[in-house]
Write a protein that binds this ligand. Structure first.
Ligand code: SF4
Ligand code: SF4
Length: 109
């Protein structure tokens, strides 16, 4: 007898994957992260945020957790997690780079 609960064929069984969260209200749609993502996991939304910018959306099925997007984001609005089927997601965003970037951002009036 076959198990009739099959796994989705679209979900690959990679042990370690990535997952990104984007603070969409702070994204300015500069698209630097899209260029930095070799997995083509990021794209520009058709919708706009409260600032009037098209923001980034992520296809986390394609994300491998390389962190490139978080490194290039000038406003440090991307958080990257490393995920594992049997473990809790771990925030792997370089905290020191985020702090450095945020200290460079001059608040606008
Ligand atoms: S962590 Fe890497 S693979 Fe994932 S969205 Fe960012 S650049 Fe793409
Ligand atoms: S690099 Fe940052 S600000 Fe620019 S589009 Fe990507 S998430 Fe938005």
């Amino acid at each position: 007898m076959e198990d009739n609960i099959n796994k989705s064929p679209s979900v690959k069984e990679r042990k370690v994957k990535g997952k990104v969260e984007i603070d969409i209200q702070k994204c300015k749609g500069c698209e630097l992260c899209i260029s930095a993502c070799k997995e083509q996991a990021l794209s520009l939304s058709n919708s706009i945020n409260i600032k009037g910018y098209h923001y980034i959306i992520a296809n986390n099925d394609a994300c491998n957790g390389c962190v490139n997007c978080a490194l290039v984001c000038p406003d440090a609005v991307i958080t990257v997690y490393r995920t594992h089927p049997k473990k809790k997601p771990v925030d792997i965003t370089p905290a020191d780079i985020r702090e450095q970037l945020q200290s460079l951002i001059v608040p606008t009036k």
